[in-house]
Ligand binder design. Structure first.
Ligand SMILES: [Zn+2]
Length: 117
């Protein structure tokens, strides 16, 4: 599997899995044009770069909402993005700064400094 270089496409199912939502939610974004996608027959394909931009947009919306609701400084800078896990290389929603891993398992492996069996 290769991500990040050239054109990489994800299925609706994969995007739903990454964002931990139902496929219908992603299809809703696709049909609404909020998330750019290519429809081939019944199947959607979403470009990795488009998904990254979409996630960045969602984050920005959330930030604005928070600022509106509470005029307090953020405790933690939100810098989550779609990137490769620092341990296994799987694509996931991670934070390169504070938590560059796709799962708690990968975090643990990195913390302990050895490969889990
Ligand atoms: Zn991982």
């Amino acid at each position: 599997m290769s991500y990040g270089v050239g054109l990489d496409y994800l299925t609706v199912e994969k995007v739903a899995e990454l964002l931990v939502v139902k496929s219908e939610v992603i299809e809703g974004y696709l049909y609404a044009g909020e998330l750019p996608g290519i429809k081939t027959g019944e199947e959607w394909r979403i470009e990795v770069e488009d998904l990254k931009e979409f996630i960045t947009g969602l984050m920005a919306d959330q930030e604005k909402e928070k600022e509106f609701k509470q005029h307090q400084p953020q405790e933690v800078a939100i810098d989550w993005t779609l990137d490769e896990c620092g341990n296994c290389g799987e694509l996931g929603i991670i934070n390169k700064e504070s938590h560059p891993f796709c799962s708690s398992d990968c975090q643990e492996v990195a913390d302990l400094g050895f490969q889990a069996l």
